[in-house]
Ligand binder design. Sequence first.
Ligand code: HGY
Ligand code: MN
Ligand code: MN
Length: 401
Amino acid sequence: MPDTATDLLAAIADVGADRRRGGFSRHGFDRAELELREWFAAEALSRDLAVRTDRNGNMWAWWGEPGPDAVVTGSHLDSVPGGGAFDGPLGVTAALAAVDALRAKGFRPVRPVAVVVFAEEEGGRFGVPCLGSRLLTGAIDPDAARRLTDPDGVTLAEAVSAAGLDPARLGRDDDALATVGRFVELHVEQGRGLVDLGAPVGVAGSILAHGRWRFTFTGEGNHAGATLLGDRRDPMLPASALVLAARRAASQVDGSRATVGRLVPNPGGTNVIASTVDVWLDARAADAAGTRAVVDEITAAARAAAAEEGCSVTVTEESYGDTVHFDAGLRDFTADALGGAPALPTGAGHDAGILAAHVPTAMLFVRNPTGVSHAPAEFAEAADCAAGVVALATVLERLAG
Ligand code: HGY
Ligand code: MN
Ligand code: MN
């Protein structure tokens, strides 16, 4: 009996387990993710899928000769810090299980089929989400990408070089892109839409516009006990004002979200007034205008708070992507193939959102009982994962048959 998607997830349940945070910390080209790459290559080879790693570190497992008009599925294996077990890996394991299911029924594709694993989808190490698919499609400047650094100061160029890739070759890969006829990504739902609809599987309609902005507040490092309040220029104050402004600004734009999940004081001593504080803002809305309005409001509040405390502030847009509307034809074809699966919007970004600008792209969602994601509690029932595999196999058979 071939492994189910859930069995395959169980096989990697120890890789990158984060004892301190809980959940998993698996980031682009780090030890845990490299171990997952080896696991994926072995699983693919055991299915006689030919594995190739492209110039940007994305892995492609081919059923048939790589060629134009391929039907590509897959997702990512990296996680957010302390992330769940399903976000990314479920799309990869379901793709492998779907290949098994199609083979078991004697299906022979007339188009090439590939299972892809995109690099650094979460941006958990180098800060830019969907880095592998952005590089593949030319959605990020390769020189800027090479200079991206992780929290330890390691550049992407150094990391990919250590992983056996040539950093000079990072960048748009027209040859790889030309093989993709359609892309279908299966993903655990990050929300409760399917729970509320009582459906195990759905399709994606759209992705919110979203981006990331880095604010650096600079004040004066000093002694927590010896420095009078009137003599302080404490960057923690405008940083705190930004956190509160994020919630306030987002509450004023319907359907938008603004989050600060990462705030790093330097040097970070308990009895030390910080000299600088870095704050990363994640902002999302139904469209570009909404996202910009939220970010502008937050930026104005941050600048005012910095001035009041005698601090300076710099703002850098680290990534941005407009609203994604998935190909209506492929969305409806997929929904129909599944007997009328519901179409859902999502606030979560995906590599499918990047590919959608280049090839007809669709997403399948698998029910998440709590809707929780980017946290150890993220979950999907085995029966719903199995329903997702059946759905994906059905869609792949229709597209590649
Ligand atoms: O951040 C996101 O929406 C995705 O999980 N990378
Ligand atoms: Mn994610
Ligand atoms: Mn994901």
